[in-house]
Design a protein around this ligand. Sequence first.
Ligand code: NAD
Length: 503
Amino acid sequence: MSVLDENITKLDGYLARFGDKGILNRIAGEDLAGSGGVFQTISPVNKSVICDVALGAATDIDAAANAAHDAFATWRDMPASERKKIILRIAEGIEARAEEIALCECWDTGQAYKFMSKAALRGAENFRYFADQVEQARDGQHLKSPTLMNITTRVPIGPVGVITPWNTPFMLSTWKIAPALAAGCTVVHKPAEAAPLTARLLVEIAEDAGLPPGVLNTVNGFGEGAGKALCEHPKIKAIAFVGESRTGSLIIKQGADTLKRNHLELGGKNPVIVFDDAELDRALDAAIFMIYSINGERCTSSSRLLLQDTIREEFEAKLIERVNKIIVGHPLDPETEVGPLVTEEHFNKVTSYFDIAKEDGATIAAGGKIDRIEGYFVRPTLFTEATNEMRIAQEEIFGPVLTSIPFKSEEEALGMANDVAYGLTGYVWTNDITRALRFTDKLEAGMIWVNSENVRHLPTPFGGVKASGIGRDGGDWSFDFYMEQKHIGFATGQHKITKLGAL
Ligand code: NAD
């Protein structure tokens, strides 16, 4: 039996449990049907229905927000050492079920197992990392003044909403939920409607690890229903959102009446800038990895390649050769490098850029076509002869599609890199350290790597500028979001208090 066949057999075993009941909402430790009925989740691999999913609406969100509100004091006041143990057990639970998570995620999203097996384990790492921070999360500072002993302390903000997208749904939800739980918050999670399977696994794992009922609640549904209601709910104190930039602005509007705190991780059109003094073979590997792994459905993907004109011809020739050799296939085949795109709608969006590129006057140097028709498969694509003004250089395509643009000088490269609505990441390839310092200082991006692909280090801040987001995750930055700072001043003596009405 091939590894692909073995994986398919294992997947069938894992999916069987969703057969009859489908995916229900999980509120206060109970399985509940959605008040809006059901919707279906479809596999992009062969367009088959995977299962029914509870269609949550405002009443389900209300029940979940009340459950999170009721569970808050218990979770907040549980000794940090106890909360730490539970969060560590969640990490262990994820590791124990990593294969199930990865296989289900591949089937639901179309992402290749090659990457999803690592993403499931990254989810466990997120819980482990934040478990280690639980005991210090409330620590503050001591700021002495002449008359007062001032201390600061942090307290969890309250029940929070977490709204996640479909691209790597499990990993992304752990990235929000782990620090929220570590901070002492309770959570209502609204997973992406296009890929809801693994959110169900996460809440099960968390409850099996001893997380009290109501601390993590999952309500499935669509953005305009359950998502909007979550943003508007008065008992939800903050929304941690990952998704498109235009949805981000809706999140702010919907939360305005209840003065929500929002953390927004949004889209990107990230440049990889390759100067002619760089180590070109490594730059090539990294550029290919950052746009064609994870189906290019990755917020930090290097979707704009800015190439110095002196090396352009040679670099593009090697690039075309490699892109044409990328293995598109069944996501459960361990050899597969690119799987099908998540939904028909997204497939139509990505493929529409093949015509847009031609209309704009760019050249399709590789791909630009459908790979096979039983699912939403496209060939990895490269556009050349492009300019930075073209739509293929300005809009987030969010697929395995790269736009290559030449530049002459450092100044021109910087101008093009910054001339875009987004500012999530940037990748700079040069062996001139002074240039790297100068360039990164001026590059408008929340995260920049020099001579490297994106290598996530959990204590570092993650987030974007401009249309790519507001706020930072990672390390202590996560606690700034999920917690409130408090200042308490203690008089150290009998300092003079100005008297009014005492004359
Ligand atoms: P999306 O904005 O369409 O949906 C994301 C989530 O928001 C889903 O759960 C959806 O149901 C919900 N939603 C939609 N409308 C809503 C509303 N009015 N109120 C509340 N919730 C609403 O995004 P997507 O298509 O699922 O994901 C792809 C996008 O996510 C890309 O733009 C990508 O760059 C971005 N992304 C960003 C990061 C990051 O860290 N910056 C990471 C991953 C993905």
